[in-house]
Write a protein that binds this ligand. Structure first.
Ligand SMILES: Cc1ncc(COP(=O)(O)O)c(C=O)c1O
Length: 384
């Protein structure tokens, strides 16, 4: 199968204004310039609410996106990278309990990994007992469940970046419990004004048009060779400020949300039945199905790191623990947080993890070809 036929990750952006913004019962919505900004603002709110300078740390998973560290540094909190489980992206609860007992933790970040929730009940219990706040980072999953039922977390955020479930060419949403608003006057400056009912500007329409063109496999293939686009690189980028999202993106949110929620999940089902019984494979969508929502990518663990890497659109994601990602060690040193505990679980997970594509444009034919190819790879082989 030719890679050239596979469109790049990302959903087509609809540059259509109008419609109402979603309501999340019990929560107020704050639309910011990125998911990182939303996470940083959640941490700042946690700091204000906890109001104890001894609680100056924030717990992050030892396997994850470097933007987690950027948000912590912006919020002036010391990142504590806590191990995950070797076959589950969720926290090692013993390691988490130990660090919570120190009395130095202000907040714990619970990451929803590609549509798989953290162990939210356990985290709620542990954080409540420790007097710590719980932030659900749902950048990789649009929190559609919370349109009907409340999250167990104190704060929830999502991202509207390229390659995220709901793509607006950037942006983020922070959900804050209405009951906490009076204690958080700093959020006043982010309250949306009348711009939400507007139509997107011509420049946004042009940008969206260009982006949609880039989703063509041929155009993307050429663009991804341009180093300044930074396509596919994972590295640390500091966060400089927290701003409101642009009115253009806000006005297009309802139309893009409608399109997103109406998408069928047939690709997940095709991969789920096609991968069944494949030797040497742990299908995380199956083993963690009780915590699974709509998936952004299909998560599996293979016997060797690169076993599935040659499949069309496959990604080994971060490939290493957070502490080894380019730019992170320097950022941790700067924050006085260079002493991090060993993270054998994250190392093990990172060296076996692979995700398969589910995005728009991945056809049934592509998925069938991918499954046929996967079945021919001998177990334990690293295919170049
Ligand atoms: C778990 C997680 N949190 C936060 C972010 C940051 O989101 P944004 O790219 O919108 O800043 C990402 C981005 O990939 C992410 O994966």
């Amino acid at each position: 199968m030719s890679l050239g036929r596979l469109p790049p990750v990302g959903t087509r952006v609809r540059a259509t204004g109008g419609g109402s913004l979603p309501e999340f019962p019990g929560f107020s919505s704050f639309y910011l310039q990125s998911g990182t900004a939303a996470l940083a603002q959640a941490m700042l709110c946690a700091k204000s609410l906890v109001g104890d300078t001894k609680r100056a740390s924030v717990v992050l998973p030892a396997y994850g996106c470097p933007d987690l560290v950027a948000a912590a540094l912006f919020a002036g909190l010391k990142p504590l990278l806590i191990d995950i489980q070797p076959q589950d992206p969720a926290y090692d609860l013993d390691a988490l309990s130990k660090v919570l007992a120190s009395g130095e933790v202000c907040a714990v970040v619970a990451v929803n990994f590609l549509g798989i929730k953290e162990n939210m009940l356990e985290l709620r219990r542990l954080t409540q007992a420790a007097g710590t706040l719980l932030i659900e980072d749902s950048a990789q999953w649009f929190p559609e469940d919370y349109l009907a039922t409340a999250s167990l977390a104190d704060f929830v955020l999502t991202s509207f970046g390229r390659g995220k479930p709901l793509n607006l060419l950037g942006g983020g949403l922070l959900l804050v419990p209405e009951s906490r608003l009076s204690q958080l006057p700093e959020l006043e400056r982010f309250k949306p004004g009348s711009e939400r009912a507007g139509t997107p500007s011509l420049s946004y329409k042009v940008k969206a048009g260009v982006f949609n063109q880039l989703l063509s496999p041929l155009v993307f293939g050429l663009a991804s060779r341009l180093p300044f686009l930074g396509v596919g690189s994972t590295r640390f980028h500091a966060l400089d400020s927290v701003e409101q999202v642009s009115p253009d993106k806000l006005s297009c949110m309802p139309s893009n949300l409608g399109a997103y929620l109406s998408q069928s999940r047939w690709r997940e089902q095709t991969l789920c039945s096609g991968l069944q019984g494949l030797p040497g494979l742990i299908d995380l969508a199956q083993t963690l199905r009780y915590r699974k929502g709509r998936l952004l990518r299909y998560p599996v663990l293979t016997e060797t790191q690169n076993q599935f890497a040659a499949l069309p659109g496959a990604s080994t994601m971060y490939q290493r623990p957070l502490v080894d990602i380019e730019g992170v060690p320097e950022a941790l040193t700067q924050a006085g947080a260079s002493e991090q505990a060993a993270c054998p679980g994250a190392r093990e997970f990172a060296s076996h993890f692979c995700s398969l594509p589910l995005h728009e444009g991945v056809t049934a034919e592509i998925l069938e070809g991918m499954l046929a190819q996967a079945k021919q790879i001998p177990v334990g082989t690293a295919v170049a």
